[in-house]
Design a protein around this ligand. Structure first.
Ligand code: SF4
Length: 230
Protein backbone atom coordinates (compact mmCIF):
# COMPACT_ATOMS: atom_id res chain seq x y z
CA UNK A 1 0.00 0.00 0.00
CA UNK A 2 1.88 3.03 -1.22
CA UNK A 3 -0.53 4.92 -3.45
CA UNK A 4 -1.10 8.39 -2.09
CA UNK A 5 -4.87 8.13 -2.41
CA UNK A 6 -4.87 4.84 -0.49
CA UNK A 7 -2.79 6.33 2.30
CA UNK A 8 -5.07 9.33 2.51
CA UNK A 9 -8.06 7.02 2.91
CA UNK A 10 -6.32 4.93 5.55
CA UNK A 11 -5.28 8.06 7.43
CA UNK A 12 -8.86 9.34 7.41
CA UNK A 13 -10.14 5.99 8.67
CA UNK A 14 -7.52 5.92 11.39
CA UNK A 15 -8.33 9.48 12.41
CA UNK A 16 -12.02 8.60 12.79
CA UNK A 17 -11.29 5.43 14.71
CA UNK A 18 -8.63 6.78 17.05
CA UNK A 19 -9.59 10.39 17.77
CA UNK A 20 -8.18 9.90 21.25
CA UNK A 21 -7.72 6.17 21.10
CA UNK A 22 -5.56 4.23 23.53
CA UNK A 23 -1.92 4.36 22.45
CA UNK A 24 -1.61 0.58 22.49
CA UNK A 25 -4.56 0.19 20.11
CA UNK A 26 -3.27 2.86 17.75
CA UNK A 27 0.19 1.34 17.56
CA UNK A 28 -1.19 -2.19 17.11
CA UNK A 29 -3.41 -0.90 14.30
CA UNK A 30 -0.42 0.76 12.65
CA UNK A 31 1.63 -2.42 12.88
CA UNK A 32 -1.16 -4.44 11.27
CA UNK A 33 -1.92 -1.84 8.61
CA UNK A 34 1.64 -1.04 7.49
CA UNK A 35 3.65 -4.26 7.86
CA UNK A 36 7.25 -3.65 6.82
CA UNK A 37 6.45 -0.02 6.03
CA UNK A 38 6.22 1.47 9.53
CA UNK A 39 8.83 3.61 11.30
CA UNK A 40 8.93 4.93 14.85
CA UNK A 41 10.85 8.16 15.42
CA UNK A 42 12.35 8.23 18.92
CA UNK A 43 14.15 11.16 20.51
CA UNK A 44 15.44 9.02 23.38
CA UNK A 45 14.28 11.51 25.97
CA UNK A 46 12.67 8.50 27.53
CA UNK A 47 11.86 4.99 26.44
CA UNK A 48 8.07 5.26 26.57
CA UNK A 49 7.41 5.23 22.84
CA UNK A 50 10.07 2.57 22.09
CA UNK A 51 8.68 0.44 24.94
CA UNK A 52 5.18 0.70 23.50
CA UNK A 53 6.58 -0.16 20.08
CA UNK A 54 8.33 -3.21 21.49
CA UNK A 55 4.99 -4.45 22.80
CA UNK A 56 2.65 -3.56 19.96
CA UNK A 57 4.80 -2.99 16.85
CA UNK A 58 7.96 -5.00 17.50
CA UNK A 59 8.83 -5.30 13.81
CA UNK A 60 8.79 -1.56 13.13
CA UNK A 61 12.07 0.23 12.50
CA UNK A 62 12.96 2.73 15.20
CA UNK A 63 14.66 5.81 13.77
CA UNK A 64 17.05 7.85 15.89
CA UNK A 65 18.25 11.16 14.48
CA UNK A 66 21.96 11.04 15.15
CA UNK A 67 22.70 14.74 14.68
CA UNK A 68 26.28 14.53 15.92
CA UNK A 69 25.42 16.93 18.71
CA UNK A 70 23.71 14.68 21.23
CA UNK A 71 24.49 14.50 24.93
CA UNK A 72 26.37 11.37 25.95
CA UNK A 73 23.36 10.52 28.12
CA UNK A 74 21.07 10.51 25.08
CA UNK A 75 23.35 8.15 23.17
CA UNK A 76 23.52 5.94 26.25
CA UNK A 77 19.72 5.92 26.40
CA UNK A 78 19.54 5.01 22.71
CA UNK A 79 21.81 2.02 23.27
CA UNK A 80 19.97 0.83 26.37
CA UNK A 81 16.60 1.11 24.63
CA UNK A 82 17.80 -0.88 21.62
CA UNK A 83 19.25 -3.61 23.78
CA UNK A 84 16.65 -3.98 26.50
CA UNK A 85 13.61 -3.63 24.26
CA UNK A 86 15.13 -5.68 21.43
CA UNK A 87 14.29 -3.09 18.83
CA UNK A 88 15.93 -2.44 15.48
CA UNK A 89 17.16 1.11 16.08
CA UNK A 90 18.50 2.75 12.93
CA UNK A 91 20.70 5.83 13.26
CA UNK A 92 19.70 8.49 10.76
CA UNK A 93 22.69 10.69 10.02
CA UNK A 94 22.93 14.05 8.22
CA UNK A 95 24.62 14.26 4.83
CA UNK A 96 27.59 16.05 6.41
CA UNK A 97 29.57 15.34 9.54
CA UNK A 98 29.82 18.21 12.00
CA UNK A 99 33.34 18.89 10.72
CA UNK A 100 32.13 19.02 7.11
CA UNK A 101 29.28 21.33 8.05
CA UNK A 102 31.70 23.57 9.94
CA UNK A 103 33.95 23.74 6.89
CA UNK A 104 31.07 24.81 4.63
CA UNK A 105 29.03 27.02 6.96
CA UNK A 106 31.47 27.97 9.69
CA UNK A 107 31.70 26.60 13.20
CA UNK A 108 28.74 26.59 15.56
CA UNK A 109 26.07 27.14 12.94
CA UNK A 110 23.57 26.37 15.69
CA UNK A 111 24.52 29.60 17.44
CA UNK A 112 23.96 31.70 14.34
CA UNK A 113 21.26 29.99 12.33
CA UNK A 114 19.65 27.14 14.24
CA UNK A 115 16.88 26.84 11.68
CA UNK A 116 19.39 26.02 8.96
CA UNK A 117 21.30 23.72 11.29
CA UNK A 118 18.10 21.83 12.18
CA UNK A 119 17.17 21.63 8.51
CA UNK A 120 20.54 20.09 7.67
CA UNK A 121 20.90 17.80 10.65
CA UNK A 122 17.32 16.84 11.49
CA UNK A 123 14.62 17.62 8.96
CA UNK A 124 16.37 16.67 5.72
CA UNK A 125 17.80 13.39 7.04
CA UNK A 126 14.47 12.37 8.58
CA UNK A 127 12.55 13.24 5.43
CA UNK A 128 14.95 11.12 3.40
CA UNK A 129 14.75 8.20 5.82
CA UNK A 130 10.96 8.29 5.97
CA UNK A 131 10.76 7.94 2.20
CA UNK A 132 11.08 4.17 2.68
CA UNK A 133 7.89 3.92 4.75
CA UNK A 134 4.14 4.42 4.44
CA UNK A 135 3.59 5.56 8.02
CA UNK A 136 5.56 6.94 10.93
CA UNK A 137 4.89 7.06 14.63
CA UNK A 138 6.19 9.90 16.75
CA UNK A 139 6.04 11.04 20.36
CA UNK A 140 4.25 14.38 19.91
CA UNK A 141 2.03 15.40 22.83
CA UNK A 142 -0.48 18.23 22.92
CA UNK A 143 0.72 19.41 26.33
CA UNK A 144 4.29 19.84 25.13
CA UNK A 145 3.78 23.23 23.51
CA UNK A 146 1.04 25.54 22.20
CA UNK A 147 2.20 24.66 18.68
CA UNK A 148 1.25 21.05 19.43
CA UNK A 149 -2.09 21.67 21.12
CA UNK A 150 -4.13 20.40 18.16
CA UNK A 151 -2.03 17.35 17.36
CA UNK A 152 -4.27 14.60 15.92
CA UNK A 153 -3.60 10.97 16.79
CA UNK A 154 -3.72 9.96 13.13
CA UNK A 155 -3.37 12.28 10.15
CA UNK A 156 -2.13 12.36 6.59
CA UNK A 157 1.33 13.92 6.47
CA UNK A 158 1.03 16.15 3.42
CA UNK A 159 4.67 17.13 3.45
CA UNK A 160 5.89 13.56 3.28
CA UNK A 161 2.92 11.88 1.56
CA UNK A 162 2.51 9.29 4.30
CA UNK A 163 0.48 8.61 7.43
CA UNK A 164 1.57 10.35 10.61
CA UNK A 165 0.64 8.72 13.90
CA UNK A 166 0.98 10.41 17.30
CA UNK A 167 -0.28 7.81 19.80
CA UNK A 168 0.77 9.90 22.81
CA UNK A 169 -1.01 13.04 21.60
CA UNK A 170 -3.49 13.05 24.47
CA UNK A 171 -1.04 11.92 27.16
CA UNK A 172 -0.39 14.23 30.09
CA UNK A 173 2.88 14.44 32.01
CA UNK A 174 1.22 12.28 34.66
CA UNK A 175 0.36 9.64 32.06
CA UNK A 176 4.02 9.53 31.03
CA UNK A 177 5.21 9.28 34.63
CA UNK A 178 2.68 6.55 35.40
CA UNK A 179 3.75 4.50 32.37
CA UNK A 180 7.41 4.88 33.26
CA UNK A 181 6.69 3.77 36.81
CA UNK A 182 4.44 0.87 35.84
CA UNK A 183 6.87 -0.58 33.30
CA UNK A 184 10.18 0.59 34.80
CA UNK A 185 10.88 2.33 31.51
CA UNK A 186 14.36 3.59 30.67
CA UNK A 187 14.64 7.35 31.15
CA UNK A 188 17.36 9.68 29.91
CA UNK A 189 19.35 10.56 33.08
CA UNK A 190 19.23 14.24 32.13
CA UNK A 191 15.51 14.31 32.92
CA UNK A 192 16.36 14.07 36.60
CA UNK A 193 19.04 16.74 36.25
CA UNK A 194 16.64 19.54 35.27
CA UNK A 195 16.28 18.86 31.53
CA UNK A 196 12.56 18.16 30.97
CA UNK A 197 12.94 18.56 27.19
CA UNK A 198 16.10 17.20 25.61
CA UNK A 199 17.48 18.00 22.19
CA UNK A 200 21.01 18.57 20.94
CA UNK A 201 23.52 19.58 23.61
CA UNK A 202 24.38 23.03 22.22
CA UNK A 203 20.68 23.97 22.07
CA UNK A 204 19.39 22.50 25.33
CA UNK A 205 19.65 24.01 28.79
CA UNK A 206 18.38 22.93 32.18
CA UNK A 207 15.30 24.84 33.36
CA UNK A 208 14.18 25.89 36.81
CA UNK A 209 11.56 23.71 38.51
CA UNK A 210 8.09 24.74 37.31
CA UNK A 211 9.35 26.65 34.27
CA UNK A 212 8.09 25.92 30.77
CA UNK A 213 9.77 22.59 29.95
CA UNK A 214 10.63 23.73 26.44
CA UNK A 215 12.10 27.07 27.54
CA UNK A 216 15.48 25.37 27.68
CA UNK A 217 15.40 24.62 23.96
CA UNK A 218 17.08 27.16 21.65
CA UNK A 219 17.19 29.66 24.52
CA UNK A 220 17.75 33.18 23.18
CA UNK A 221 16.12 32.39 19.83
CA UNK A 222 12.55 32.84 18.68
CA UNK A 223 12.44 29.16 17.85
CA UNK A 224 10.40 26.47 19.51
CA UNK A 225 10.40 23.63 16.98
CA UNK A 226 13.17 21.94 15.04
CA UNK A 227 10.98 21.77 11.95
CA UNK A 228 10.29 18.06 11.87
CA UNK A 229 6.66 18.57 12.82
CA UNK A 230 5.97 21.80 10.93
FE1 SF4 B 1 21.69 22.05 15.18
FE2 SF4 B 1 20.79 22.74 17.61
FE3 SF4 B 1 19.08 21.93 15.67
FE4 SF4 B 1 20.74 20.21 16.86
S1 SF4 B 1 19.01 21.33 17.82
S2 SF4 B 1 20.32 20.32 14.68
S3 SF4 B 1 22.60 21.47 17.15
S4 SF4 B 1 20.34 23.82 15.70
Amino acid sequence: MTATTDLRVVAAEGADRFADGPAADVIAWAAATFPGRLAVAASMQDGVLPHLASRFAPDADVLFLDTGYHFAETLQTRNEVAERYRLRVLDVAPAQTVAEQDAQYGARLHDRDPTLCCALRKTAPLDAALGRYDAWINGLRRVDAPTRADTPVVAYDEKRSMVKISPLAAWTDEDIDNYIFAHEVIVNPLIRQGYPSIGCAPCTRAVAPGADPRSGRWAGFDKTECGIHL
